[in-house]
Design a protein around this ligand. Structure first.
Ligand code: GH3
Ligand code: MG
Ligand code: MG
Ligand code: MG
Length: 325
């Protein structure tokens, strides 16, 4: 630390000039073909610690915008051979850039361009020659608004996913199945491809709880969920309906394939004992599985679940640790 030339010192010095932790530098792209204007705008935006990128044609700007996350695009409408308006509509038509704020720069007395730009999705404008403080204020507003919207969206997605997943195991919950199975079944009927439903239930789970305690029972539920999830395709879906009862939905899967999946799932659980945080050793766990197949006209999600449940009941009656279709 005493050596001003040491690398470590350099790091500390740099972090000392960094802004508060929650501050995130904004990426700003400027489309401008006048070197003088570009320098002024860049220098101004950098005062707010923005990272500024530039392009002198709309095509280069679009390429940049599609290749990196941006928080603001500043578009000059005084380009010599270029149409900044075209970039506005291109940014709005690509999924990746649809939400990026656009700030226009226009010549005084060319306000007709502004109306067109706003119509195409630009968010605000400044008039040239640009007033530095005004540019900074308007850029700040757009960046803040974008961040706020991102936060809202991620909160919304988070609460949505919380409402549809089981908090103990992380797999989907009954609500999700109720919402999605009818749609998957409808698609199966329309596309003439069957959808299979496996319903499974841990055998004698009460004994696990009684012997090892509820907390270890919870660990078993998590491990069962994990093994089920690991052994399925990405578009298959696992849900915990409640207690120690689960369903697996297998789109595009007929009875024969479903039987193979179910048998594999059964053996992956039965054949490898569960390691739990108990000093009484590993636990042998088995499940019973019932299968139903849907996809015929008139099939309903309720009927599909009921038939899988009936098959599961048969599996229990047949001695457990088995699959019944
Ligand atoms: P079977 O083979 O017939 O399915 O017998 P079982 O003992 O598994 O079935 P039963 O329905 O009699 O008991 C299920 C037990 O699951 C009873 C309940 O205490 C336990 N259980 C339900 N939800 C949870 C949970 O979230 N965590 C834990 N640890 N146990 C649970
Ligand atoms: Mg039971
Ligand atoms: Mg059970
Ligand atoms: Mg049960």
């Amino acid at each position: 630390l005493r050596e001003s030339t040491s690398g470590q010192f350099g790091v500390i010095e740099r972090s000392g000039t960094m802004l508060s932790e929650s501050f995130e530098r904004a990426n700003v792209l400027v489309l401008e073909d006048s070197a003088l204007d570009l320098e002024k705008v860049t220098e101004t935006l950098q005062r707010d610690h923005n990272v500024v990128f530039s392009a002198d044609t709309g095509a280069k700007a679009l390429e940049r915008a599609l290749g990196m996350p941006l928080d603001l695009v500043v578009v000059s409408l005084t380009l010599l051979n270029e149409d900044g308006l075209r970039l506005c509509s291109q940014l709005r038509s690509h999924e990746r850039t649809r939400q990026v704020p656009i700030l226009l720069m226009v010549d005084d007395g060319d306000l007709g361009q502004v109306a067109k730009g706003l119509e195409l999705g630009a968010n605000d404008y400044v008039v040239k020659p640009v007033d530095r403080n005004e540019l900074l204020a308007r850029a700040r507003t757009q960046i803040r608004r974008k961040r706020y919207q991102e936060r809202l969206r991620s909160n919304y997605e988070q609460s949505l996913s919380m409402a549809l997943t089981d908090s103990l195991t992380g797999v989907f919950n009954r609500r999700y199945v109720n919402a999605h199975l009818p749609r998957l079944l409808e698609r199966a009927i329309d596309s003439h491809k069957p959808v299979s439903v496996l319903m499974f239930d841990i055998d004698h789970f009460k004994v696990v709880n009684d012997t090892y305690g509820h907390a270890i029972g919870d660990e078993v539920l998590r491990e069962v969920s994990a093994r089920a999830s690991r052994n399925l395709r990405t578009f298959d879906l696992v849900a915990r309906l409640g207690g120690e009862e689960f369903v697996v939905i297998l789109p595009d899967t007929d009875g024969e394939a479903a039987l193979i999946v179910a048998e594999r799932l059964r053996s992956r659980i039965a054949d490898t004992p569960f390691t739990v945080s108990s000093d009484r050793g590993e636990i042998n766990v088995t499940v019973s599985i019932g299968i139903s197949i849907g996809g015929r006209l008139g099939d309903t999600a309720e009927g599909l679940v009921r038939r899988a449940d009936e098959a599961l009941y048969e599996a229990k009656r047949s001695g457990r640790n088995c699959v019944i279709a």
